[in-house]
Structures are given as structure tokens and as C-alpha cells.
Design a protein around this ligand. Structure first.
Ligand SMILES: NC(=O)c1ccc[n+]([C@@H]2O[C@H](COP(=O)([O-])OP(=O)(O)OC[C@H]3O[C@@H](n4cnc5c(N)ncnc54)[C@H](O)[C@@H]3O)[C@@H](O)[C@H]2O)c1
Ligand SMILES: O=C(O)C(=O)C[C@@H](O)[C@H](O)[C@H](O)COP(=O)(O)O
Ligand SMILES: [Zn+2]
Length: 360
């Protein structure tokens, strides 16, 4: 088992990574404030993984309730969040009852937000079951829901007490979802880790074949990188914004097309290409760099062309981004391959990037 520590002064926690962690309740039990948990999952994940988790917890004398939500980005809403509150109140869950998120990023983000606000805060644990959730969403404490006018617009920074990334759960992940997770994996290479980007170029076939040692290495490396960035800037006052590489464009794609039409990771892949084209417009990265990024994304089964929404629609959607400051849209750009920064773009540069990066 690999363990990455997220060293936040007020809320340090472990991220454990290995196969078959789901039933290792000795990792969970010492963290509980009372022998009672509520597992939040969805209609796809629960039939696969709820019973082994619940059986193991109950065998350790921990009382379990479960809440099964509908599956999909389109359900990452206030209405679904309310279903969690309804169930918590109906079961008379208390302040010391721990919520466990069992699923991908949608379940993790919603369960974390429910934990942040139910009775003004109850403990929660992340058990991520998608690659995307294991490398990104379960770590760092960004929780929330979508609004029709923008992605993740309602939420809170609220840290889990533990993350259990069971690599065996990735065996059942649909290929399209594996690819979507790979977008965030590649993101870590582009943010500030050229050596990891080069490792990905050499090992992408092994990752797509789900070789355990390759997946274990990638999940650990991504979690180490994210833990370092979040520990230095938990609430995104500065460097944490780098984790948004590809997201200014990507979130516009997700909300512009309608949530769930493109998966988050797919939108982020196309968004990273748009960020790369903008960076090339600024003479910061080369044609060769662009080809390397595109080749890696294609090998991961990801889209490299963004959908045509129209220049004005992109600009309008991006004007809702959470990084907007005094009306100015901020982008994560590439200084060179494997080094990124937060900056602004002229309207002409944005349009030039969209012209190259959108499918005709
Ligand atoms: N909080 C953060 O820091 C952060 C980071 C990145 C993404 N996100 C959010 O995460 C969400 C995307 O997460 P996601 O890609 O995990 O999507 P998801 O949660 O929708 O899961 C993808 C699909 O895979 C299914 N699934 C999950 N685990 C499975 C398994 N082991 N076997 C078979 N099917 C399984 C799910 O039911 C779903 O249909 C987006 O809402 C995004 O905004 C948040
Ligand atoms: O943890 C972060 O910080 C991230 O930005 C990770 C992103 O991959 C993730 O999609 C996040 O939810 C986007 O953040 P947002 O603040 O733009 O909603
Ligand atoms: Zn993301």
C-alpha cells in the first residue's frame, strides 16, 4: 500500500492507494467519532461495491445506512443534494456520524458538500472508484454542486478525514471513464512535472491496459502533486489555481453543451489543447510541444478538438469562471512544456486559440 499525506495544519489526512482497500475497515474505524456511518453512492456503483464495504463495516460493529443517488453529472444538483439531507434527517444522523462517499467525482463532490453543511459539518471519508476521483477529486477538499449557469458554482472547501483509493475498483470502470480520468493525470504532467509527462508518454499503453503497477504509480504521483499544491494553498488564493489547467475552457464546454454530454475529463482534454494553442500564440510553447500533448491525449482516447459553440458563447460562459477577477478572465497557460502559470489573454488570442482548437 502507498500512502500520500496531505499536510494541512488544521486537517492532515492520509490518502491510501492499493488494490482491495475497500474492505480494510481497520483503516476507517479509528477515525470514526461514533460507530455509525452513512455510505452515499449511486445506482451504478452501489450494486458493485456497496455490499462488500457494508459487510466489512458491520462485521466491525459499525452501524451502516446507505443513500443511493441517481447516476450522472446531470444529477449534481441542489435537488439531489436535498435527497441526502432528507435521508440524513430521516435516519436521525448526528454530528458525529461519518459520511462515506463511494463513487466517482460526482458522488464525492456532493457527499463532501453535504458533510460540510449538514448540522454545520460532519466528518467524511472519500472512497473514490473512478480514475478521475482517485487522482484528483477525492483529494483537496473542493466540494459542491453545479448550477444551470455554471459548473461547481455552489460549494465549500471541506476536507475528508481519509481517502481510500482501491485500485481494484478500476477493473469495472468503462473505457470512456478511464480515458476521462487520464485527462486529469496528463494535467499533472503539464502543470509542473515534465518528468511525469515523459513517463506518461512512455507508459500510456500500460495505463490504458490497466496494468496495476502503472496505475498505482500514476495515482500516487498525481496525489503527491495535488497534496503539495493544496497544502501550500488550500483555498486557492494563488498556486492552487494551476490545478484548473484546461478548466476555464473545459467548464465552458461542459455547461455550454449541457452537463454530462461531454464528460468532465473529455472537456478538460479539449480545454488543455485550447490552453496549449493560446500558449503557442504567445510563443511560449512550440509546434513540437503541441504535437506531444495532442499525441498523448489521443493515445489516452481523449478528444483534442473542442466543440463549436461560437466565440461569443465561449467568452460569455468563461466570464462565469470562478477565477474571474474584476471582470478579467484568468487562464492557466503553459510557460513551456511541464511549466504553467496563471495569466490573462487578449480577446484576439482567445479567438485565435478557439479558431485552431474547435472542430469545424
Ligand atoms: N473536487 C475536485 O477537486 C474535483 C476534481 C476533478 C473533478 N471533479 C468533479 O468530478 C466529477 C467527475 O468525476 P468522475 O469522472 O469520477 O465522474 P462520475 O462520478 O460521474 O463517474 C463516472 C461514471 O462512472 C461510474 N462509476 C464510478 N465508479 C465506477 C466503477 N468502479 N466501475 C464502474 N462504473 C463506475 C459512475 O457511476 C459514472 O457513471 C465532475 O463533476 C467534476 O466537476 C471534482
Ligand atoms: O482541486 C482543484 O483545485 C481543482 O481545480 C481540480 C479540478 O480538476 C476540478 O475539476 C475542480 O473541481 C475545478 O475547480 P473549480 O473551482 O473550477 O470548480
Ligand atoms: Zn477537473
Amino acid at each position: 500500500m502507498q500512502t500520500v499525506k496531505l499536510d494541512l495544519a488544521h486537517a492532515p489526512y492520509d490518502i491510501h492507494i492499493a488494490r482491495d482497500l475497500l474492505t480494510q475497515v481497520e483503516l476507517i474505524k479509528p477515525l470514526l467519532l461514533q460507530p455509525r456511518v452513512v455510505i452515499v453512492s449511486n445506482a451504478t456503483v452501489a450494486p458493485l461495491y456497496l455490499k462488500p464495504l457494508q459487510d466489512a463495516l458491520e462485521a466491525a460493529d459499525i452501524q451502516c445506512h446507505s443513500i443511493i443517488l441517481p447516476d450522472g453529472e446531470v444529477y449534481k444538483t441542489s435537488e439531489t443534494l436535498n435527497l441526502i439531507f432528507d435521508a440524513l434527517l430521516t435516519e436521525r444522523c448526528e454530528r458525529k456520524t461519518t459520511l462515506i462517499a463511494l463513487g466517482g467525482g460526482v458522488i464525492g463532490d456532493m457527499t463532501g458538500f453535504a458533510a460540510a453543511v449538514y448540522q454545520r459539518g460532519v466528518p467524511f471519508i472519500q472512497i473514490p472508484t473512478t480514475l478521475l476521483a482517485q487522482v484528483d477529486s477525492s483529494v483537496g477538499g473542493k466540494t459542491g454542486i453545479n448550477h444551470p449557469l455554471g459548473k461547481n458554482m455552489i460549494g465549500a472547501f471541506y476536507q475528508p478525514r481519509l481517502v481510500l483509493a482501491d485500485l481494484a475498483t478500476l477493473d469495472s470502470l468503462p473505457l470512456r471513464e478511464l480515458s476521462a480520468g487520464m485527462a486529469e493525470v496528463i494535467k499533472y504532467g503539464l502543470i509542473d512535472d515534465l518528468a511525469f509527462f515523459e513517463w506518461l508518454e512512455a507508459n500510456i499503453e500500460r495505463l490504458m491496459a490497466r496494468e496495476t503497477d502503472a496505475l498505482a504509480y500514476a495515482v500516487e504521483r498525481c496525489c503527491q502533486n495535488k497534496a503539495r499544491i493544496v497544502a501550500g494553498d488550500e483555498k486557492e488564493q494563488g498556486q492552487r489555481a494551476l490545478l484548473n489547467l484546461g478548466h476555464t475552457f473545459g467548464h465552458a464546454i461542459e455547461s455550454g453543451l449541457g452537463y454530462g454530454v461531454w464528460l468532465h475529463g473529455e472537456a478538460i482534454a479539449a480545454g488543455m489543447m485550447l490552453a496549449a494553442y493560446a500558449s503557442r500564440e504567445l510563443d511560449q510553447i512550440s509546434d513540437d510541444d503541441i504535437e506531444r500533448i495532442k499525441t498523448l491525449l489521443l493515445k489516452a482516447g481523449l478528444p483534442v478538438k473542442a466543440p463549436v459553440l461560437g466565440h461569443e458563447r465561449y467568452l460569455d460562459l468563461m466570464a462565469q469562471d470562478k477565477k474571474v477577477d474584476a471582470g478579467k478572465i484568468k487562464f492557466v497557460l503553459m510557460q513551456c512544456l511541464g511549466e504553467s502559470y496563471v495569466g490573462e489573454l487578449s480577446r484576439d488570442t482567445i479567438i485565435a486559440a478557439l479558431d485552431v482548437g474547435c472542430a469545424a
